[in-house]
Design a protein around this ligand. Structure first.
Ligand code: PFF
Length: 451
């Protein structure tokens, strides 16, 4: 078997894992959910659930991954006894399937980002009709740009951990942060922004236990940190044994929440600015008119208020969003590819192209049946699969894996682990509290439990 790759430094891992976590989920998905679920109440619940659930489960994935140093299926099998092996296979393959399905819808949205970026370039060159085509929803546009996005993703994953994944993740994230901050500063000068911030920052606490809001926030917390599919387990398997895992995990979680929060500070006021400028965002019943297209409506409307500079800002924004999407999509594709490579003896190149093409075929099916399949695949994977697999990961970390062996793994990179607060709380917490909370939210959303 070929030698396994490893991240070359702590910084490289933090950037790659944050690159996986930070993506369309933060800047496209999070604001849509905030806007559909009553603003601040959603933000509050999402942040609480991230600390309460997502961080501990992220740690479970990273620790199992670094211990086993294999693809997800093999990693789970390695920490299992003979009676739990079938569950390990089931969980591993369910994760692979979910990662692939997530990629199949994610790539479609990422394709829109490329199209909007090119749209700004076309506008700069005065090609207005072409710009119109690029920025309008159509079958051909979607097919062309989703395929282009796959070529990017597959090309990078085919090159392996250090040269492919790492190189891309370490570069452009800081630029995205600076651009969002600059846009937040700009939007504060616009009419309507203050109302947006009020809605975003003032939680209506009577709504936080609403079952739809809770299940949506739970899904978002998992999706945003790339949990419950094995991505973080695979990335964990590339971390060197000398690193302090709880600290690395906390850094990634904080960066992810920080960017989502910033994206909300931009997009929610942008909605209200657009409304003040006559764009219709909500229908009479108070629901978003086009939730998938929210940021593709309100941000271009904002850029328009900037005149010529807005075209450049738009070009930059959609280019950076494309890159943020790529650093996430490569981490999704890495889950099936590492399995095909390590457990089925395929070369990285052929595994990347074979698996990538199969998932592209799924995206094409979704594009042809957009109205029925797009939302369905998103709900099935992010609202249900990810949290349920998350519980299974907790069961592996808390019940299946031997505690001594887990402690030894954690002690590598932090020798006094036994005396830390993390070790005093976390093992029991993932074992009992995390599964109970996830199950309670599920039962609540199905009306089986009221609180
Ligand atoms: N965390 C990514 C985002 O917020 O855009 C999405 C994601 C990446 C989900 C990788 C799942 C995954 F395995």
């Amino acid at each position: 078997m070929a030698a396994r790759g490893e991240f070359s430094s702590r910084m490289a891992f933090v950037l790659a894992a944050s690159g996986s976590a930070i993506g369309l989920g933060n800047i496209w998905g999070f604001p849509i959910k905030v806007a559909s679920n009553g603003g601040g109440a959603f933000v509050f619940t999402y942040v609480v659930l991230t600390f309460l659930l997502a961080y501990p489960i992220l740690m479970a994935e990273l620790i199992i991954g670094r211990h086993a140093k294999s693809d997800t299926v093999t990693s789970l099998v390695k920490i299992s006894g003979s009676s739990t092996k079938p569950l390990a296979f089931l969980t591993g393959y369910w994760g692979i399937l979910t990662a692939s399905l997530i990629l199949s819808f994610y790539a479609i949205v990422a394709g829109w980002m490329i199209a909007f970026g090119l749209g700004s370039a076309a506008e700069l060159l005065g090609m207005n009709e072409f710009k119109e085509w690029l920025t309008s929803f159509s079958l051909y546009r979607n097919l062309i740009f989703v395929s282009l996005f796959y070529i990017l993703t597959i090309g990078i994953v085919a090159n392996g951990v250090a040269s492919g994944i790492e190189k891309w993740s370490t570069r452009l994230m800081p630029m995205l942060i600076v651009l969002i901050l600059a846009l937040i500063a700009y939007i504060s000068t616009q009419n309507g922004a203050a109302e947006g911030w009020r809605v975003y920052l003032q939680p209506d606490f009577s709504r936080i236990l609403n079952p739809d809001l809770l299940i949506s926030a739970l899904g978002q917390a998992f999706f945003s940190l790339s949990l419950g599919v094995g991505t973080m387990m695979v990335y964990g398997s590339y971390i060197s044994k000398s690193e302090n895992l709880p600290k690395l995990g906390a850094t990634v979680a904080l960066m992810d929440i920080g960017i989502a929060f910033m994206a909300g500070l931009l997009v929610i006021p942008a909605m209200y600015v657009a409304q003040a400028n006559g764009v219709t965002i909500y229908n009479e019943a108070g629901a978003l008119i086009d939730s998938d297209g929210l940021i593709f409506t309100v941000l271009p409307a904002l850029f328009k208020t900037m005149g010529f500079a807005g075209i450049i800002v738009s070009l930059l924004f959609f280019t950076l969003m494309t890159i943020a999407a790529v650093t996430s999509s490569i981490s999704m594709l890495e889950v099936p590819v590492s399995h095909a490579q390590e457990s089925h003896g395929m070369s990285r190149k052929s595994a990347s192209w074979a698996v990538g093409t199969a998932i592209l075929a799924t995206s094409i099916i979704i594009v042809f049946n957009f109205g029925t399949l797009f939302g369905l695949v998103i709900d099935l994977t992010t609202k249900y699969s990810e949290p349920l697999i998350g519980i299974l990961f907790c069961i592996f970390a808390g019940w299946v894996w031997q505690r001594d062996s887990m402690l030894k793994e954690l002690e590598q990179g932090s020798p006094d682990m036994q005396n830390t607060l993390f070790w005093k709380i976390w093992p029991t917490y993932v074992k009992v509290v995390c599964p109970v909370i996830v199950l309670a939210v599920f039962m609540h959303s199905f009306g089986l439990l009221n609180f």
